[in-house]
Ligand binder design. Structure first.
Ligand code: GLN
Ligand code: ZN
Length: 759
């Protein structure tokens, strides 16, 4: 009979108990045994929740003490030598956390984004380590669930090909050698699970939705050939997610017993593969039907229609209804959300509500669609009310974005001409110095914001405080000798939340946390209505700062694409349309700043690249509307108004064309992470707009010396025009200390002066 499953459940707990336990342990306030105890309680409560809800096949080993990729590395003995692990038995928890977070002796392993999500994993480093099975974590997880709760769990294991592809520290020519070292360990894990009587394992191979070489498919086949020979009885669900698979023919002929496909994010192509090519009769289809990444209720009638289609090729007893990916990417539960507008709340489904949807849908397949009739009607009505609500009926916004879509979105003059006008107006020296926007958010600053939020301070007290901070930092920036100043962003906790709270169309949950990396959780805003401008958002603070100095003060906004990519977004209109609405709202703020006499405006787009689709075929379309959104927000200003932008967090070398098309007068880009590559790509492609490559890494408390920065600038000037080059740090300084920030900026200004002498 048809059954239900999920690919993983959030670790953080309904009240972020997990996060709190980890942090207490790191702070030395919990003993290791207490931590183990607390985490076990959380883990078991999740399992028993899934059991009570009626999920048929319950994942185990999806839980983690930090990150599942790190777990896999540690399980396979992939511990870089700097952490001095002696090479047998379970890796100690202190070593595990040292890899994740760094220790006094050794810097942490690198962290990077998990596919196209906002979850970050720890990158395994293969060099210098010799793989060995240090413990069978899936086995312990399976035993625990069985012994404690009588659950016949399905261990989740990160598959060998994906693990290897996500690792670093080996050359491509050694791929096969590494696979040969790792595969026997996987074989041993499966053998032990088989001996224990485990029926199914979920082998996550999300790498299969990305572009692979033919040789990778051979590796895949030989790996799974080997594994099924090692453990012939256990059944493997080869699990993919986040997109459709391009190698369907290959997958369905692998010697595994189940194939898991995403019928949300790869719906069209995956469904098409099944329809045109059929599905093997000896395999189970894991149908990812409930979206593991969105917070919206599923229209169950649409879902049953898809399942009907699948039913033509797959009989019900070989069908498993699943979440499209792990539920790790959505908040835990709606239960505590009692302050959301009802018209919105009725349309939401977080992890726990998704469990209900899966169970219900499974029932519908088994017993007929009448079982879901009432829910279908509920969802339809909720959607209808939201659609009819004022929030989604802003006629002025609809008209404006229809117009924007028709416009070329160009500044009135090309860059070279307007830059000359701007130079004449500002009279800045060669190599102007500036910062990215935020200054240290000291204890004092955070406390002030809290007092004000809790209404213990009135508006006047709070404004007075913010102004005193602005005064202090304007004074300091002048004294340090920076050329373009900023107000410091002391009034902002988060660069998206701050704007979301001031625009229409947004809602904020009380408890809608999602794990971002380690114990760090984020609470993304929900864009559920038409995003619209209500009134000035940044003009007061910016003009105040400008009134305190004769040097230019740069206004500071978060760009439309970044707001979009760091929020949960309505799905009734395309993302492009939401970006366009946000751009139109931001354009009004840009114009308001300009009217208030602010002549330089920075529109940050650190997350522009994060929205890049996994499949290359969709890149151009995304980049085109993302760039247009930025231009829509910024193109209406006068020639003399200088538009800046800033990007960080990822690699930019392969998107220089799009960056050019943004047509910002000045861009500042983080360089420390992809330095070499970025400079190299400027060798191949000229960049003829204002540009500042970050001259020092703000992620470290270390104070950079002028010499290092001079070297870095000179390297950049081999490929970039000195007349267009700006000098700035890599990113905002809000996480840094006051003293170190001032010292670093002093050295930066000194470096700029030295460079000016040479040119
Ligand atoms: N203006 C922001 C700041 O300085 C930019 C933050 C970012 O790039 N992530 O904090
Ligand atoms: Zn940045």
């Amino acid at each position: 009979m048809v059954q239900s499953s999920v690919l993983g459940y959030p670790r953080i707990g309904e009240n972020r108990e997990w996060k709190k336990a980890l942090e207490a342990f790191w702070a030395g306030k919990l003993q290791e045994s207490e931590l183990q105890h607390k985490l076990q309680a959380i883990r078991l409560s999740h399992l028993s929740k899934l059991q009570k809800k009626g999920i048929d096949i319950i994942p185990v080993n999806d839980f983690s003490y930090y990150d599942h990729v790190l777990d896999t590395a540690v399980m396979l003995g992939i511990v870089p030598s700097r952490f001095s692990y002696e090479g047998h038995g379970p890796v100690p928890l202190t070593t595990y956390y040292a890899m994740a977070r760094g220790s006094r002796e050794a810097p942490a392993c690198e962290m990077t984004k998990w596919f196209n999500t906002n979850y970050h994993y720890i990158v395994p480093e293969l060099d210098g380590s010799s793989p060995v099975l240090t413990e069978n974590k899936p086995l312990s997880a399976y035993r625990e669930a069985k012994e404690q709760l009588g659950i016949e769990g399905r261990p989740v294991i990160l598959g060998p090909l994906t693990f290897l592809k996500l690792s670093k520290g080996y050359s491509l020519s050694d791929t096969d050698e590494w696979l040969e070292r790792l595969i026997p360990l996987y074989g041993q894990i499966l053998q032990e699970l088989e001996a224990e009587g485990v029926q199914w394992v979920q082998m996550d191979e999300p790498i299969l939705v990305t572009k692979l070489e033919p040789v990778d498919l051979l590796r895949l086949r030989s790996s799974y050939d080997y594994l099924t020979k090692q453990a012939p009885v256990i059944r493997i669900m080869l699990q993919t997610y986040f997109e459709s698979v391009d190698y369907y023919d290959e997958l369905v002929t692998l010697p595994v017993q189940g194939i898991g496909l995403d019928f949300v994010h790869g719906l069209k192509d995956n469904l098409n593969s099944i329809k045109t090519k059929g599905f093997p009769e000896n395999k189970v289809l894991g149908a990812g039907i409930i979206d593991g990444r969105s917070i919206w209720r599923a229209p169950l009638d649409d879902k049953t229609a898809i399942l009907d289609e699948l039913g033509k090729s797959v009989s019900a007893d070989r069908l498993l209804l699943q979440s499209s990916c792990s539920l790790l990417h959505v908040p835990v539960s709606l239960r505590q959300e009692n302050q959301l507008p009802a018209v919105l709340r009725n349309n939401l489904a977080f992890a726990d509500e998704k469990l209900d949807e899966l169970v219900l849908l499974t029932k519908a397949v088994a017993q007929g669609e009448s079982v879901v009739a009432k829910t279908v009607e509920d969802v339809r009505q909720a959607a209808q009310s939201l659609k009819a609500s004022e929030e989604r009926s802003r006629g002025d916004v609809h008209l404006a974005i229809a117009a924007i879509r028709e416009q070329p979105l160009e500044r009135s003059r090309p860059f070279a001409e307007r830059y000359a006008v701007q130079q004449a107006k500002w009279q800045l020296p060669m190599f102007p110095t500036t910062t990215i926007g935020s200054f240290p958010q000291s204890q004092e600053v955070r406390r002030a914001r809290q007092l004000w939020r809790r209404k213990e301070w009135n508006g006047e007290q709070y404004t007075g405080f913010i102004r005193s901070q602005i005064d202090k930092w304007i004074g300091l920036q002048e004294e340090i000798g920076l050329d373009v100043l900023v107000h410091g962003e002391f009034e902002r906790t988060d660069m998206v939340e701050f704007f979301g709270e001031k625009l229409a169309g947004f809602a904020f949950t009380q408890n809608g946390w999602v794990q971002s990396y380690g114990s760090r959780c984020v609470k993304p805003p929900i864009i559920y209505g038409d995003a619209a401008y209500i009134g000035e958002m940044t003009v007061k603070e910016t003009s105040y700062a400008q009134s305190r100095t004769r040097r230019p003060v740069k206004g500071m906004l978060t760009g439309p694409v970044t707001i979009l990519n760091w929020s949960f977004v309505r799905e009734d209109i395309p993302r492009e349309a939401v970006a366009c609405q946000l751009a139109y709202a931001l354009r009004q703020e840009v114009e308001a700043l300009e009217r208030a006499g602010i002549g330089m405006i920075q529109v940050d787009e650190p997350a522009l690249r994060e929205g890049l689709p996994l499949k290359e075929a969709y890149h151009a379309e995304y980049l085109s509307w993302a760039v247009r959104a930025f231009r829509a927000a910024t193109c209406t200003v006068q020639d003399t108004t200088q538009i800046h932008t800033h990007m960080c967090y990822c690699e930019f070398h392969d998107m220089i064309d799009s960056i050019k098309q943004m047509d910002a007068d000045v861009i500042s880009i983080e360089t420390s992470r992809s330095h070499g590559e970025l400079i190299r790509s400027f060798e191949q492609e000229t960049y003829e707009l204002g540009i500042g490559l970050g001259v020092y890494d703000i992620h470290s408390p270390r104070i950079p010396q002028p010499g290092e920065m001079i070297a870095m600038i000179e390297r950049a000037l081999r490929v970039l025009d000195p007349k267009l080059f700006w000098i700035n740090p890599d990113c905002g300084l809000k996480t840094r200390g006051i003293e170190e920030t001032a010292a670093s900026l002093r050295n930066m200004v000194e470096a700029a002066k030295a460079i000016r002498e040479k040119y």
